[in-house]
Design a binder for this molecule. Structure first.
Ligand SMILES: [Zn+2]
Ligand SMILES: [Zn+2]
Length: 395
């Protein structure tokens, strides 16, 4: 399918800046109408120009390389492959270009064309497939929790330990635990791009795909469920630990579980799409991919370093120190050592340091969860006092 402009026949696309459908040819808004080729049409050919499409296995939306129209492959977005939700791009390409220029434009040893329009215009907006898992759970704890109070006097250290019989049953509904379902998208990159606003989603609407690339999920929701369960267990642990560390009379510093578990009462899973800009910069035949969060504009990627420039500057630094030492000490060996020290340090720091756009905050996912206390009971059992002599004081 292609979204065509009713006014001029151009290709209508979704504009993140305007938050609406837009025709770049006549600058009309909300002017789109779907053009659907006949059923007998060859799916491998562009319905607009007849060019052969470079289809990858999971591609569900793309730009025709011949006529630049954005195509949506409906037959790859139907049935089990139909997304239930989609998070629209909030950051447009021009804004991403500005952000990349701000970040990398002034760096000393970055190749200049990294931030050129010619290269940046090759950027593509991608909808990355995600599975979103919901779990309705009960978090259960039965055991003994201990409040420990310590103090000292002149001679002894005291520890008063009060044991409580503690029971908890918390009803927690985890919503939209995200697992990315694209092999092309490295998991570590998605973690670095976080946070995504998983709440900023709407019911699936194919118009939002126009102007972008999209992918079907590469793996089934069952195959990827372990990762969602890990997220859920880790959040469940935090919630339960928080609850069993607080009693009505005192806080507990220690706990011993007789029974501790998470019961999953029901589960649901939905397929959804999240927005990411990809900028694949090629330098000396090497790919330097940059990824930009399509909701927040956060950039992840490493820039190449212009090695020739670094080495020239290193040599210059070496010569400067060599000259200074030569005139100060009137010694050629000192000057040679100076050359290698200054040049080496300069080259070492600038070549090794990959000028990274990454911040290394790993994904800290806080479940969108509501906690209902089904049971909370704390009963005092016993108290005991430990007394330990302090070591004699030194004078
Ligand atoms: Zn138009
Ligand atoms: Zn075409």
């Amino acid at each position: 399918m292609i979204y065509r402009c009713k006014n001029c026949g151009g290709n209508a696309v979704y504009s993140p800046e305007k938050g609406t459908m837009f025709c770049p040819s006549c600058e009309g808004t909300d002017c789109e109408e779907p053009y659907i080729p006949s059923e007998s049409a060859n799916l491998l050919l562009c319905p607009n120009c007849g060019g052969e499409l470079p289809l990858e296995k999971f591609t569900s939306a793309l730009k025709c390389p011949f006529c630049d129209n954005y195509l949506i492959l409906d037959e790859r977005l139907e049935g089990a492959y139909q997304p239930r939700m989609i998070a629209p791009f909030r950051v447009g390409m021009e804004e991403v270009k500005t952000k990349i220029r701000e970040r990398f434009g002034k760096m000393k040893f970055v190749p200049k064309d990294l931030v050129s329009d010619a290269k940046l215009d090759g950027m593509q907006g991608w909808y990355v497939p995600f599975w979103f898992y919901d779990y309705d759970t009960e978090l259960i704890f039965d055991g003994v929790c201990t409040h420990v109070k310590t103090w000292k006097d002149e001679k002894f250290e005291y520890a008063e330990r009060s044991d409580y019989d503690v029971h908890r049953n918390l009803g927690v509904n985890f919503r939209k635990l995200p697992v990315d379902a694209s092999d092309a998208m490295p998991d570590s990159t998605m973690d670095l791009l976080a946070p995504f606003h998983y709440d900023d989603t709407v019911a699936y609407d194919s118009r939002l795909l126009s102007g972008f690339y999209a992918e079907q999920y590469n793996q089934s929701s069952t195959a990827l469920e372990e990762r969602a369960k890990k997220l859920m267990e880790s959040s469940a642990n935090t919630i339960l630990n928080d609850s069993i560390s607080k009693g009505p009379e005192c806080n507990y510093q220690e706990n011993n579980a007789v029974n501790r578990r998470t019961d999953v009462k029901s589960r649901d899973v939905q397929f959804g799409l999240m927005p990411v800009w990809k900028y694949d910069y090629i330098y000396h035949d090497q790919h330097y991919p940059f990824y930009i969060n399509g909701q927040t504009g956060k950039i992840v990627g490493d820039t190449p370093v212009d090695k020739t420039k670094v080495l020239l500057c290193s040599a210059l630094a070496g010569i400067v120190l060599a000259l200074i030492l030569y005139f100060a000490m009137n010694s050629i060996p000192a000057a040679i050592i100076g050359f290698f020290i200054a040049g080496g340090i300069f080259a070492g720091t600038n070549l090794r340091q990959r000028m990274s756009g990454n911040t290394t905050t790993a994904m800290t996912y806080v479940a969108d969860s509501s906690v209902k206390v089904n049971l909370s009971s704390d009963r005092f059992i016993t108290k005991r006092l430990d007394k330990k002599p302090l070591p004699p004081k030194q004078n």
